[in-house]
Design a protein around this ligand. Structure first.
Ligand SMILES: Nc1ncnc2c1ncn2[C@@H]1O[C@H](COP(=O)(O)OP(=O)(O)O)[C@@H](O)[C@H]1O
Ligand SMILES: [Mg+2]
Length: 454
């Protein structure tokens, strides 16, 4: 069953149940009060007769005395202790079939009779504290019957109309709710079949939950599209990067094949180039693997380690290789942070490597910490980065001024994206301040060990 039909039926059924209960209650109360009222009137009548007239022992009274108390279909009887009628006035023959009855106590009875309710009230007649007879008044409640019928008819009509209205309103309401959902479902089916992300057409800007759901879906699709585009860009960039060394290798191999072996100079050059390009390729593939790894660092093992210690050892290693002046400035002798030491080392190397590549003077490393965070600053006095390039340098394969970068370094443009992924995993942040031809300062912040949240 469709959800719309289900909602509709449930609401209508519920409404009908409520209506029937309320109607039943109204009907019951109406009947109760009306009958009560009638009873009181007739009872009052009997007492009035008793008050106004003193009955003789014989119970025989003038009928004229009773007529003023008659209503449209009724009788008044005076009954002796043997339940025999002594005096009777009546204007409805059918009513006469009700049996007379002597009683010492007041009683009121509803007697159904020829499709009508008949009210019979019996009040004892007392003379000198002795019950000598009963006055019995019978009345046909014809007005009650017709009012009851009318009430029942009105209630039935109201219930049926409410049911129909509820069904109609339900259909209208569910259509309003279901329309955007149906459109979403069909868009999703489209996506499923074609495999191409697609947005939902949002018709009304009502800002309700459905609108919210559709715009969330659209935002998700945008993100997905963005990721797919990035992925495509990445593949094309990666293959381009790999193609360049392969082309060089292939053409030099060809040169070797055709002439190289006869000419030792050419052979030497070709072999050198092939060797260095092959190395470049090897580096590139390693970096690519490292990037892929940095993008899925979910379950990396985290431990407490000393940032100062790590910087010192990394710095020594690089100093030995590059023979550059690198100065470490730290106020505290140890700063404990939580993380994966190897990955953080990789980050430090990436930034130090850049500082070494893009500057020729000294490099300063500063470690600071306060109550909550540890900050690592790497400062160089090199070529710097133009302001408009700053937002791009974390893109994969992005290099400011490609030709120059390659000349200086043979870099890949993958260092910063890897560093960013790793720092993000550690809930840290990277800020780059740079001015062209003055220098660059990179600021990496990590939450301290005790503030680290997984
Ligand atoms: N310290 C720096 N000084 C000047 N330019 C820098 C520095 N660090 C990064 N860059 C610029 O950002 C680009 C991206 O850096 P990175 O991702 O490490 O790639 P690369 O492999 O080229 O070093 C570099 O090509 C360079 O143009
Ligand atoms: Mg780099």
């Amino acid at each position: 069953m469709k959800i719309t039909t289900k909602i509709n039926l449930i609401i209508t059924a519920w409404l009908l149940v409520i209506l029937i209960v309320i109607n039943g209650l109204v009907f019951y109360l109406f009947m109760k009060t009306t009958v009560n009222m009638e009873e009181n009137t007739v009872n009052q009548k009997a007492h009035e007769i008793l008050q106004k007239h003193i009955f003789p022992e014989s119970l025989i009274v003038n009928k004229q005395l009773l007529y003023p108390y008659m209503s449209y279909h009724s009788y008044i009887r005076i009954i002796d202790p043997n339940s025999n009628i002594v005096t009777e006035v009546s204007n409805d023959k059918l009513l006469n079939k009700i049996k007379p009855k002597f009683t010492k106590k007041e009683e009121t009875k509803l007697i159904p009779f020829s499709e009508h309710q008949n009210l019979v009230v019996r009040v004892p007649i007392k003379l000198n504290q002795k019950v000598i007879g009963t006055i019995e008044i019978g009345e046909l409640l014809s007005g009650l019957e017709s009012r009851k019928d009318m009430l029942l008819t009105i209630m039935t009509i109201v219930t049926v109309i409410s049911g129909i209205f509820s069904l109609m309103a339900g259909r209208w309401l569910t259509r309003i709710i279901m329309n955007p959902i149906s459109s979403m479902i069909s868009t999703m089916e489209d996506i499923e079949q074609s495999g191409v992300p697609k947005k939902i057409l949002i018709q009304n800007e009502t800002k309700d939950e459905l609108h919210q759901m559709a715009s969330t879906f659209n935002r998700m699709i945008s993100k997905l599209q963005e990721n797919i585009d990035k992925q495509k860009q990445f593949i094309s960039d990666a293959s381009h990067e790999l193609k360049t060394p392969i082309t060089v290798i292939s053409s030099f191999a060809n040169l070797l094949r055709r002439r190289g072996l006869k000419n030792e100079e050419i052979a030497q050059e070709a072999i050198e180039t092939i060797y260095s390009e092959a190395n470049r390729m090897q580096d590139l593939t390693k970096t690519l693997l490292s990037l892929a790894e940095s993008e899925q660092l979910k379950d990396t093992k985290m431990d407490t380690f000393d940032l100062v210690e790590l910087c010192k050892s990394t710095l020594l290693q690089l100093q030995n290789v590059y023979k550059r002046e690198i100065i470490l400035q730290n106020k505290k002798s140890s700063v404990l942070v939580m993380g994966n030491e190897l990955k953080i080392k990789q980050v430090i190397i990436i930034f130090l490597d850049n500082a070494i590549k893009y500057s020729s003077e000294k490099i300063i490393i500063k470690i600071e910490s306060d109550q909550e965070i540890a900050t690592l600053k790497i400062k160089d006095f090199g070529i710097g980065i133009r302001e408009e390039e700053l937002e791009n340098i974390f893109e994969r394969f992005y290099r400011v001024d490609k030709a120059r970068s390659r000349e200086t370094s043979g870099g890949t443009g993958l260092g910063l994206p890897i560093a960013r992924n790793i720092v993000k995993l550690h809930n840290g942040e990277i800020k780059v301040h740079s001015e062209e031809n003055i220098g660059t300062e990179v600021e990496i912040t990590f939450p301290l060990e005790q503030n680290f949240k997984e």
